[in-house]
Design a protein around this ligand. Structure first.
Ligand code: NAD
Ligand code: MG
Length: 386
């Protein structure tokens, strides 16, 4: 057996997926690619498969199976298609670590399968924890499946906690860049268009998370993600605007001491950390120079303008299926905004009305989470008249 870590990249065609492949390419003595999956970008999946020669590939959209199969017909790569295949391949014995980098609710089921097999999960797909964090964390514990965050803030907190196992957290401080509309007011936001909202000042990311960053929903989702990852109460999770994105997040301990993890904003760092954990891997990424950044600044979030953050805090405090409903409505609303079907501020209205409408369930089963997700999507879509 090879001593390299064998990696399954779920969502290999995306922003996190492609950056993961860059990290693997630079460290081919440590890692090998075992599984690649993409939803619709079959051309990129073919290119990646031919370059990295995985054991298996999955294309989410079944209509693209034939194209993928024939392009890889001269190889030994196993080819699969469809939602069910994503789950079945996640149960393969032949890999060690899953990079969970599918966007949205669609990432939940395959990640659960990997957890049930006791795999290491490098989790980028925050929606998995937002939707069903209690069940995901319980299953991870039962199956001894370590969950290592890839989201930069959570990676920062995870790194600050190394060596602190017996020291309780007083609180965590999640940093937020503020997104492209930091300082703007509703009279400006009402006219914001898709292309402007997609321009993030510090990070280059997939479309959905870019919009979530612009509305601050991303930070709300990250508060919920942090609650589950680090077993926190809502009042232990603070958010501070830090436009330079140099401090990736902080942990405050019971003696008042605060640890921060810092560096240039580059997702390859948390990806590499999760892949290599517990070891750090030497690289030649640019080093941060304090003298060139004399002013790191901090600010209070504008909860009045960016109301999504308040809605997410409501979901965080309420528990039950509230965050699942928030997430589903937000996925529909962001999709509609990306299609120019609704305005920027309508995203919040859709989420808020859906949260009011869907029946609250205090302790949902997994099936009830799926039902809540479906109901919330239908209600949100009916408001948008898709
Ligand atoms: P992306 O849109 O660039 O890529 C998404 C990937 O998911 C693609 O490979 C796509 O094929 C796949 N996918 C989409 N819908 C699917 C479906 N229904 N079924 C199966 N596969 C599907 O997104 P991204 O920016 O790489 O983000 C991925 C996840 O990582 C998100 O949950 C995001 O919140 C999280 N994340 C991303 C960043 C970042 O810098 N991009 C940072 C932190 C966290
Ligand atoms: Mg983040």
């Amino acid at each position: 057996m090879s001593s390299k870590k064998r990696v399954a990249i779920y969502g290999s065609s995306g922003s996190i997926g492609t950056q993961t492949l860059e990290v693997i390419k630079a460290n081919h003595d440590l890692f090998e690619v075992e599984i690649l999956t993409a939803h619709t970008n079959v051309d990129l999946l073919i290119t990646q498969a031919l370059e990295f020669n995985p054991n298996a590939v999955v294309i989410g959209d079944e209509k693209l199976y034939e194209k993928l199969k024939s392009a890889l017909s001269n190889t030994n790569i196993k080819v699969f298609a469809g939602e069910k295949a994503l789950e079945e391949v996640a149960e393969f014995d032949s890999y060690d670590i899953m990079i969970a980098a599918i966007v949205g609710f669609a990432g939940l089921k395959p990640t659960l399968k990997a957890i049930e097999k006791g795999k290491v999960i490098a989790l980028a797909n925050k929606e998995t924890l937002v939707v069903a964090g209690d069940i995901v964390m319980k299953k991870a514990l039962e199956n001894r499946a370590p969950i290592i965050p890839v989201d930069s803030e959570h990676s920062a907190i995870f790194q600050c906690l190394v060596g602190e196992a017996n020291n309780p957290i007083e609180k965590i401080i999640l940093t937020a860049s503020g997104g492209p509309f930091f300082g703007k007011k509703p009279n400006f936001l009402v006219n914001v268009k898709r292309d402007h909202a997609l321009q993030h000042p510090n990070w280059s990311m997939g479309a959905k998370i870019s919009i979530d960053s612009a509305t601050l929903m991303n930070k709300g989702l990250e508060m919920i993600e942090a609650k589950w990852l680090f077993n926190l109460n809502p009042d232990q999770i603070d958010v501070v605007i830090h436009p330079q994105s140099v401090i990736h997040s902080m942990v405050q301990f019971e003696d008042g001491s605060i640890k921060a993890q810092m560096g240039y904003p580059d997702m390859k760092l948390p990806i590499q950390y999760a892949l290599g954990f517990p070891e750090r891997i030497k690289n030649n990424f640019p080093r941060f120079n304090f003298k060139k950044y004399p002013n790191l600044s901090f600010d209070e979030p504008d909860y009045k303008t960016f109301r999504n953050l308040g809605l997410a805090i409501d979901a965080l405090q309420s528990g039950g299926n509230k965050a699942c409903v928030l997430n589903a409505a937000n996925e529909i609303a962001v999709w509609a905004f990306l299609k120019n079907r609704i305005g920027f501020l309508d995203i919040t209205a859709v989420v808020e009305k859906t949260m009011e409408k869907i029946t609250f369930i205090e302790n949902p089963t997994l099936e009830e989470y799926f039902e809540s997700d479906g109901e919330a999507r239908n209600f949100a879509a009916s408001m948008i008249k898709l």
